[in-house]
Ligand binder design. Structure first.
Ligand code: TEU
Length: 531
């Protein structure tokens, strides 16, 4: 069995994790300083978002030199020490690979705009005319006129992030050389940023997924084949069927992919900014579809949040009266499913969304959205609701280590506002409280390593039509895991066959079951086991 099927991945957003120099931005030495904390949690892999040289227009997802560490985060020696210190604790490290686009400050783009005849011109998608009226993912026209280049260029994200032309074999070869350079350094794999977009057809404003699969297969053959690496593709367009093409036996592409269907469940009218209330039956239908769709082949990634998504307990739980109970419930529901779980920094002790004044916002995606929605006639209230509920800055507030100034994240001025609730919600308090969310996550991570039913057990939904309770079983031979989670802030009850001889996880003191009827308190989560 591949080692990453029993592993849990922890995502670190270095900018906001731990600052050791007082710049107000996190750094590599801050991650090294906190490796013992991560080892205590029990995570097996660290996914580190981009720390390469970058102007930070999109906080590092705009890379200007793939071979250099951004000096704001530290040096290459610091990175090599991090790798060595992590490996000495049996923790692996995967880096973020952003090759759908680069920074407009990358030398390739700088050469391309200087000279129409430069070989680098065709590393990008230039045209003498605005080919289409496509609007990109960051709310700007995808075809942008560049004065110096005297041409239009294509960018799906910010204008400072020109898309790379994956139909150019020379460009691809340079990417493969870079990937192998990093793998030869001993990193354990990659998270591949929006990798399904590399099959784009800009003149038609669409993605040809067959072309994406072709190029990802080429990356595999040129870089990953023959190495014991772990790769996860960010594939916002994926369905379970597509996920099998990326990660199934013999696909020779990726270990797994991130599906995004479940985190679109609280949006409407095809935009994340138009918020709608969670409908648990919709969430169940999507997650069940992915669990069952990948039950025989392919491999699932399991996540609620990341650096782009709002804080889970605020989004799908209750971050006021039932913050602890609902955060534990969400962790239990996800970590007992089939797949590799991902914990986003601070999720392990229930960090929450944060209210921002407009002047406190930092995210380019949000700035662009405000302008776009205003032009579309959205009210300021509707725009503000979208920012409050879905803005990416929610997930990027400084990690809350303790109750000292700036939550122990920095002695300087943090690049982004610290959530004012840090005096109560922080890692130090969580570590000191055996009943904290932290120890629920620690337990769940350990259970996955201990019981094969977490990795191999067949998934079967139960109570499918119940719109307050999410429940399922996992079976492997004579082993059975039953998971029952209430999404309600009121008491509820279900009739269920709760046959168990061990309680794996429970967020209240006792299970109220009479052999038929199970009474559930608000956000009660039960994971019980029988062998
Ligand atoms: O995000 C991909 C993506 O589609 C984003 O638009 C994301 O889903 C959206 O912001 C959710 O609201 C990746 C990175 O994770 C993100 O941080 C980068 O900004 C983006 O690609 C461009 O590299």
């Amino acid at each position: 069995m591949s080692w990453w099927k029993k592993s849990t991945v922890y995502e670190i957003y270095p900018l906001s994790f731990k600052d050791t120099t007082g710049t107000g931005m996190g750094d590599i030495n801050g991650i090294i300083e906190k490796l013992d904390y991560l080892q205590n949690l029990g995570v097996d892999v660290l996914w580190i978002t981009p720390i390469y040289e970058s102007p930070l227009k999109d906080n590092g997802y705009d890379i200007s030199d793939y071979y250099k560490i951004n000096e704001r985060f530290g040096t290459m020696e610091d990175f090599e020490r991090l790798l060595s210190e992590a490996h000495s604790r049996n923790i692996k490290i995967i880096m973020d690979l952003v090759v759908n686009h680069c920074s407009d400050q990358h030398k390739w783009f700088q050469e391309a705009i200087k000279d129409k005849n430069s070989k680098y011109r065709d590393y990008f998608l230039f045209s003498d005319k605005k080919e289409t009226d496509e609007i990109g993912i960051f709310s700007e026209p995808a075809w942008e006129y560049h004065e110096k280049a005297d041409a239009y260029y294509y960018h799906l994200f910010a204008k400072e992030q020109p898309d790379l032309n994956w139909d150019n074999p020379d460009m691809r070869e340079e990417i493969y050389t870079m990937i192998n350079w990093w793998l030869d350094k001993g990193i354990d794999g990659f998270r591949l940023d929006v990798i399904d977009l590399i099959g784009k057809i800009p003149l038609e404003g669409r993605i040809d997924l067959n072309k994406s699969h072709k190029y990802i297969h080429e990356i595999y053959k040129k870089c990953f084949d023959g190495r014991d690496v772990f790769t996860v593709g960010e594939t916002p367009n994926a369905t379970p069927e597509e996920a099998i093409k990326y990660s199934g036996v013999g696909s020779e592409q990726l270990s797994m992919v991130f599906g995004f269907e479940h985190i679109a469940v609280d949006e409407q009218n095809y935009t994340k900014w138009d918020v709608k209330k969670l409908n648990l039956l919709e969430l169940k239908a999507i997650l069940d579809k992915w669990q069952i769709g990948l039950s025989e082949d392919g491999w699932n990634s399991l996540f609620w949040s990341n650096h782009d998504q709002p804080r889970t307990v605020s989004r799908f739980g209750n971050d006021t009266k039932y913050r602890v109970e609902s955060a534990k419930m969400l962790g239990t529901l996800l970590h007992c499913m089939k797949g590799t779980p991902y914990v986003y920094q601070g999720e392990e002790f229930g960090m929450t969304n944060c209210k921002f004044e407009r002047s406190e916002l930092r995210d380019v995606e949000t700035f662009n959205m405000i302008e776009e929605k205003r032009n579309k006639g959205w009210s300021e209230d509707k725009i503000q609701e979208g920012i409050d509920v879905k803005g990416r800055d929610n997930a990027r507030t400084p990690f809350q280590w303790d109750k000292t100034q700036n939550a122990g994240f920095t002695t300087g001025t943090p690049w982004l506002k610290t959530n004012p609730n840090y005096k109560e919600i922080n890692a130090e308090n969580a570590l000191a409280d055996r009943n904290s969310i932290f120890y629920t996550y620690k337990n769940l991570i350990n259970l996955r390593k201990t019981y094969d039913v977490f990795v191999e057990g067949d998934y079967k939904p139960i109570l499918k039509d119940n719109d307050k309770v999410y429940a399922y079983t996992r079976s492997l031979g004579n082993e059975k895991l039953t998971v029952i989670c209430s999404f309600s802030d009121e008491e509820t009850s279900v009739d269920v066959d709760l046959d168990y001889n061990e309680v794996f996880e429970h967020n209240y003191k006792e299970i109220n079951y009479d052999g038929k009827r199970l009474l559930l308190k608000p956000y009660e989560a039960i994971a019980v086991y029988k062998k």
